[in-house]
Every structure is written in C-alpha cells, then in structure tokens.
Design a protein around this ligand. Structure first.
Ligand SMILES: [Zn+2]
Length: 469
C-alpha cells in the first residue's frame, strides 16, 4: 500500500505542457480511459494457441478509426490479425514504431484467485491474463496514439516523424503469424528509425521505484540435442554403457559447467549505473566491480552477483536442460536416450564454440551434441541514441530519483527481427513493479498496479512526444 501511495505522489507532478507546443492531457480522465481499454482487451480472450487475436484487433481498429487515425488491418491466417495504424508526421525524420502483441499465454484456472478474463479491479490492482504481458503496453500505446491525435495534431501541432502503432499476433508462439509475417508481407508499412517494444523492466526494489531497464540487446536462443547411445537388451542382464546412465552422466557434467563471464557495453553500463542506486551494499560493490575494466574486480563482482540467477544470466551464456527422453518399457534397456538443452548465448557469442566446450566437458564418444535450432544474432541498439535519451528524460520528469539503464534481456523478443533490419529497437515494461508482481507474468494472478498503468502510459507518451518533436 505504501508503495502505491508513493507512486501516486510521483504521478501528481505535471508533465511539462510546453513539449511540442501541445496541450497537456487531463491525466485523471486519461487514467480512466486507459483502464477501460485495458479491461476490454483482457476480457477478449486471446490465449495462444489458438490466439484469435482478430477480436482484439477489431476493437483497437475501431477505437483508432473513430478517433480519426488511419489503420491497416490484415488477417495473416484465419482469426489471426496484424494491425498497423499511423499518425502522419511532417516527414523531416524517419518514423517511430510503438508496438505490442495481442496474444497471451494460457492459464491454470484452478490456481487463480480471480477469473483471469474478468479484468477485475481489486485493492488498487487490475487482475487478468495479459495485464502486464502485453495488453498493458498495448493499452498504453493505444492511449498514446489517441493523446497525440487530440493534443498535438488536432490542436494544430506537428510531429517530426510518423508514429506507427503495431499490434501483432503470435508473439508467444514463435511469431510466424505476427512480426515475421508483417516483415515478410508489409515491410514498407513498418519502416522506422526507432521502435518501442516490450522487453524491459521498471523495478520497485524494497518498496522504492528504483530503475527503468531499457532493453537494447537480447540473448540468442538455441536448441541443442544431447544423444547418448549404448547397447540394448533385456533389463535382467545389466549392461555397461547403458544409454540412460551415460546420458545422466553427461547431463550431470553439463549441469556443473559454467560458461565464462563476459561483460559487454550494455552490461557494463547496466551494472555501473545500477550500483549508484542499489540498496544492498555488498551487491552495490559487486556491481561497481563488474562495471570496472579490472579483471580481478570483474571476477570478484561476478562471483557475488552470480548468486542471483537473474544477474548470473546476463553475465554469461546460460544452459538449461529442458526435456529428457529415453526408454520404451521398464524391462528393456534402450539403445538411445536424448535430452534437450535450451542455450541462450550472449550477443556476439558463437553457439558452435559453446557446444565445442560442452563436448569437452562431457568427454564421451558415445554421446553426441547436435545444434537442432540455431538462433539468429542481431546488433545491439545504441543506448546513446535520441530514443534512449527520450525515454530517460520522460522517466526523469515522472520520477526524478529513478535511473534509466540499458539492459540485456535474457528472454527473446520480436525486437531482434527489427534490429536485424537496421531499426533501433528498445524494449520497455513501463509499469513500475516489484519482483512479486513481475513474477506473475506468464504465472497465476497476473496483475498490474493501477498507479503503474498510469505511470507507464505517461512514460510512453512522454518518450514519444520527445522523439517526435
Ligand atoms: Zn510478451
């Protein structure tokens, strides 16, 4: 509760009305409007599979159209949708995209304390599947379009660049009917200099809104299959080299192996700036160590931070065993057993060299490692760019004590596809949240603090206002 009061007091500070010569929106009315949109989006079930995102797209489309905003609505596959809306700038700069995905992951209904699709407001939170991933951002983006139309364009103001609103499908299941489809079929419609997408974090730590992590690069996901072979036979005669025990030995070796620490420009800036505000003294020192260029200090810092899985995961390539398979009957020794590894390489690292290291770690000629799915790397977006600065300035205005830091995300997003095309894509989750609320993403009782929904809407609006000046 204290947390919410704090945020509310932060949010009573007015946004400078002078930005872009626009009229300042009525933030109380905006707050009610954004909430109503988000409730509608949550109540429209788009669990993927099957997705059925068209129902959400039609709502967004009609809301934008009735505000006088031009839209293009596509149906990449039956029931799936891609929506691209556009506010025209004066063409002096290249467009900016604000995007979100309309599909959500499924729910374990029995583990929710509320109906996941009722969009119920309780104790200062809005509950529902998609509240933070990613319908919250979709609602904030929609609201930003409406505000720009009303308070800039309709008020006689100008935008220096087009603002393109993209709502896509199938993000949670590979994106073949989403961003992949849009790029393949309507590349020109989504050509932009900058992109704002999901993928970052706005963190409350020990009750205090502390930092906004803006994702400018991400780890690359690969799948590696480990196959152990051995002699088959009747289980009554135990055989040396049993494929299952061989696989077990190989997995145990892989489980204790740690990839080397590697600090890139993003991670260095992330920990360096976080060390100035982080509450825990030991971790604060470790962050400063990791951000230094002194090898001994980096090693010491990485050792301390490595105790926290989310920090460890940005400091090195990560290997997770996710599936095992082998055997057909309890009395038959199988000739083969397999395991699936999900490997997330740091940007710029080669999966082939990781697998070569793992082969040495396993050191068993009857066990093979094969790359079965190879992820594609993308160049990092520049955290010295005007888009990053626009986000940081918008944050400063809303919450002067918070820092805005570049961030390497361990998860993959659609932004990688756009970075590969040369766009500067940045990932945010503009809603201040503590670890508990953040962990509900893809989990049970997903919810967004109402004050955070307002903060996020103002953050996106403030950033887009600045980049379109
Ligand atoms: Zn998402």
């Amino acid at each position: 509760m204290r947390r919410i009061l704090f945020l509310l007091s932060v949010m009573t500070m007015p946004l400078s009305p002078s930005i872009g010569g626009a009229q300042s929106p009525d933030w109380n009315a905006t707050s009610r409007e954004t909430l109503a949109h988000l409730q509608h989006l949550i109540r429209t079930n788009t669990v993927n599979p099957p997705g059925n995102e068209m129902a959400v797209a039609l709502y967004l489309d009609s809301t934008l159209k009735s505000a006088g905003i031009e839209t293009n609505l596509f149906e990449p596959a039956p029931g799936r949708a891609a929506l691209v809306a556009r506010l025209r700038g004066d063409g002096s700069r290249r467009p900016v995209i604000i995007m979100g995905h309309m599909d959500v992951v499924g729910v374990e209904r029995a583990k929710w304390s509320v109906d996941p699709f009722a969009a119920e407001v309780k104790d200062g939170y809005l509950y529902g599947r998609g509240a933070i991933d990613d319908k919250g951002m979709l609602a904030a983006n929609l609201q930003t379009m409406l505000l720009l139309k009303r308070h800039v364009l309709d008020a006689g103001g100008k935008l220096s660049r087009d603002v393109i609103f993209v709502a896509n499908s199938d993000e949670e299941a590979g994106g073949d009917f989403g961003m992949g489809w849009l790029i393949a079929h309507h590349r020109k419609l989504i050509d932009a200099e900058f992109v704002l997408n999901e993928g970052g974090r706005t963190r409350i730590v020990r009750g205090k809104p502390l930092y906004v992590a803006v994702q400018n690069t991400e780890k690359v996901a690969h799948v590696v299959t480990v196959t152990a072979k051995g002699p088959g036979g009747h289980a009554s005669i135990p055989l040396k080299g049993n494929a299952i025990t061989r696989l077990g030995r190989a997995l145990a070796a892989i489980g204790t192996h740690q990839e080397p620490t590697q600090v890139n420009a993003t991670t260095r800036a992330f920990f360096g700036q976080l060390s100035t505000v982080w509450p825990d003294p030991a971790e604060r020192r470790a962050m400063a160590d990791v951000a230094s260029r002194d090898f001994a200090r980096v090693t010491r810092g990485a050792h301390v931070l490595g105790a926290t899985p989310v920090f460890d995961a940005v400091l090195r390539t990560g290997i997770s065993a996710t599936i095992v398979n082998g055997g057909i009957r309890s009395n038959v020794i199988p000739t083969e057993a397999t395991a699936t590894l999900n490997i997330r390489t740091l940007p710029g690292q080669s999966i082939d060299s990781v697998v070569a290291r793992l082969r040495r770690v396993v050191s068993d000629s009857s066990v093979t490692l094969t790359i079965t799915e190879r992820g594609e790397d993308a160049p990092a977006s520049d955290f010295g760019s005007p888009m990053f600065t626009a986000i940081a300035d918008a944050v400063k205005e809303l919450a002067p004590a918070m820092v805005t830091v570049p961030y390497l995300s361990t998860g993959a997003t659609d932004s990688a596809r756009l970075r590969q095309l040369g766009m500067q894509a940045f990932g945010i989750l503009p809603f201040p949240m503590n670890q508990d609320d953040e962990d509900r993403m893809h989990g049970n009782d997903e919810r967004i603090p109402l004050a955070s929904l307002d903060f996020g809407t103002r953050l996106i609006y403030g950033a887009v206002m600045r980049i379109t000046r």
